[in-house]
Write a protein that binds this ligand. Sequence first.
Ligand SMILES: *[C@@H]1O[C@H](CO)[C@@H](O)[C@H](O)[C@H]1NC(C)=O
Ligand SMILES: *[C@@H]1O[C@H](CO)[C@@H](O)[C@H](O)[C@H]1NC(C)=O
Ligand SMILES: *[C@@H]1O[C@H](CO)[C@@H](O)[C@H](O)[C@H]1NC(C)=O
Ligand SMILES: *[C@@H]1O[C@H](CO)[C@@H](O)[C@H](O)[C@H]1NC(C)=O
Length: 828
Amino acid sequence: MRLLRTLFCLSILSSRAFAEDTDLAGAQKVKHNYQSDVARLRKIVIDSLYSHQEIFIRELISNANDALEKLRLTALTDKSVWNGEPLNITIKAVKDEDGKGGRLIISDTGIGMSPEELTTNLGTLAKSGTSDFLAKAEGQDNTGTGNLIGAFGLGFYSSFLVADRVYVASVPPKSEKVPSPVQYVFSSSADDASFEIFPDPRGNTIGRGTEITLHLKPDATEYLDTTKITELINKHSSYSSSFPIYLFTQRTEDVPDEDAVEEPAATTPVAEGEATESPVDSETPQKDEDEAIVEDVTADEEKKADEPAPPKMKSVVVDEWVQLNAQPPLWTRDPKNVTTEEYEQFYNAFFKDFTKPLAWHHFSGDSGSGVSFKAILYLPAKIAEDYWQQPLASKSKDIKLMVKRVFITSDLGDDGLPKWASWVKVVVDADDLPLNVSRETLQSNRFLKQLKGIIIKRLIQTFTKIAEEDAEKFKEIQETYGSIFKLGAVEDLKNRDKLTSLTRFTTTQRNETSLDQYLENKKKGQKQIFYLAEMGKKPEDLAQSIFVEKLHARGYEVLLLTEPLDEILVGNLRQWKNIPFQDVAKAGLKFGDEELDPEEEKEQQKALTEKFKPLLDWLKVEAKDVVRDVVISNRLVKSPCAIVAEMGGYTANVQKMMTASNAKGNRGGILHDFALKAKSLEINPRSPLIEGLLRRVEDLPADEDEKDEEAEAELKEIASILIDGALVRSGFEVPDSNRFFSRVDRVLRRSLGVSETAPTDETVKPAPPVDPELPSEDDEQPPVQMPPMDEDDGKAKVIIPEHMKKDVSIEMEEIDEDGNPVVQHDEL
Ligand SMILES: *[C@@H]1O[C@H](CO)[C@@H](O)[C@H](O)[C@H]1NC(C)=O
Ligand SMILES: *[C@@H]1O[C@H](CO)[C@@H](O)[C@H](O)[C@H]1NC(C)=O
Ligand SMILES: *[C@@H]1O[C@H](CO)[C@@H](O)[C@H](O)[C@H]1NC(C)=O
Ligand SMILES: *[C@@H]1O[C@H](CO)[C@@H](O)[C@H](O)[C@H]1NC(C)=O
């Protein structure tokens, strides 16, 4: 997407810069229309950044830097393009004669552009970039757009924020193919729908590179002020280029007046008078200074009359190129001596991200293979949205590798950082690599492999240090990086323990706990880490689940897993510090204190099983389509019953994910059917409802002859509602909701004393007869509102109605026999 950025460049100003009056009449101008998208974009940029005018300078310098970098990299393979003369960026402000307006000229000695490149790069845009930009620009406030235009390589258009008319003169380097390239000009005004391309009537004044001349709008003349320019560069761009940025300045200076010194009569008062009237002095307006000098001379004369008089002085205007980014690169400085603001400004300029970084780590080291380096690692405040769309397809783009302060590459090759860390922004400067090292040779270099390990180690250290030392900050970190830690713990086996230690969970007792803190809080005898998972639910709601009611009531802590990665993480970890995880919605739950009073406990359980046997047996038959077993529960307090997944069965959460991904079709039937039914119905022996049901079941006549069909049917209906209710309470869906509700209706009628069989009056007014006539055009019809269509890009897509977009996402996931999502490590 950085289509344009790479292409701008620039150069030194010849004495003949473009002025309004440059004679263009003779040039063969070719007029082009902007591609329509460019015209629209230019308008968006101008409108949305109106109050952020000043960013134009940052964008143009950034483009110039890219052009210089591109030249240097091209020269690695084609030496003919660059003979080694200095690469630089220059800025010159030229006031109009009338003193009102003026031009700002920004030049680089970079790669330059041919007329075709001028047309393509400044007049058209690749489609994908355009629609992305438009989509984002529309959803953003102005500052957001400010960040975006750089990212989309649209920086050049910000010129029109301050300029009525922009000339871009450019000439590519001499090469074997084109030994004498011609300098061309792109010219456009802020309002034009078209631009012109023509050979520069001044000839080749640049040598190589690009020169952008901005004819400033009347409200933008402040940018002619060198103090203002210096301030802006310091603020936005002092770290955005490793090439020198020079500003043209003029200052007046007092110098010895050679003509005056040669006059031998300078010691007499008469000569003094003559001197002040000399033609040289009359050229310089600073009378006061002249008088001061005269006084000094007089004073000296009184003291030491025979010494030669000091030379006469005069004021002259000195032209000077002042380097604005003269200080050494930030990463080479002593961290103790770098301020927070400097780190932040550097981050903004260097990584072109204009938000404040959350944290950074500045370090130096030795790779172990003899390469020493300095580096700064930054944690961005936000992880880009598209990262989370496909985290496993992400690639690190912002590891900027420099050699002796010169940018080499940000492409670490295919096996870059682990995916969980691909968002990290790092600048690394290695001292001991050859400058001419190419991207390809680098990728086979040991240093690069070691570097990846070093970055990951430092990154984890940075997080761990914050977690230990700054709770406030770590809260912020959790918001942005909480899911990253979980992804990392799943993906990165080598660092799994450290990353798992950084994860935080909500529990039934606390908003935030680490697994270690959970273990510190476990009860005597507790041999399981309890958790309950339901993706997308709020922890507060999950805490109301029947599965945690007894655990919670007894004071055990339960992890409430609501994020997509939580259950995957737990499934991968299986245990933490040798304590296994236990899904509290599954069989196998043990409090751990059962052994503390085993006899009593067992007696009690036995007595209950004995007492409820008739109900258990009866329910086993009634619930046979839904569960495999019915047992006395040890996990319920208030609720009468629950459906619990057995070891190999699906929990409600997994079953939902299965339905969503339609895994049944993919997985074949038997295992799936088994897992679907591998559930138990647990009943709460202390619930009055269950006790009541037991009594009714016991009352049923055992003898076939005495069968009370009606009472039995009624009881079956109640049981069926109870079972369906248990499904719903436990997060499952009822198999047939229509039947469920008609049963509920019948029970309601019964309790209201209404006849169960009395029919509802179902008569309705039938529709009028068939009428194939279509409405004529004259009939007034409200216009049909069609939803806007996305541009047809030829790709298959699923159209989701607007109101559903936020609820629906389409995902496929593979799961294993236990119903746990399968994570394929070898793909990570
Ligand atoms: C910039 O570089 C060019 C050569 O590439 C050189 O001629 C010019 O003097 C440099 N400008 C400054 C201000 O140093
Ligand atoms: C710190 O910076 C100041 C000025 O910026 C400089 O004078 C001083 O030498 C620096 N100290 C170190 C240790 O680099
Ligand atoms: C890089 O430069 C060194 C000498 O400075 C030379 O020996 C080496 O062959 C060069 N490598 C490449 C890839 O051009
Ligand atoms: C936990 O979070 C909830 C809502 O986010 C809040 O109301 C409550 O005060 C928090 N509790 C603690 C102990 O921080």
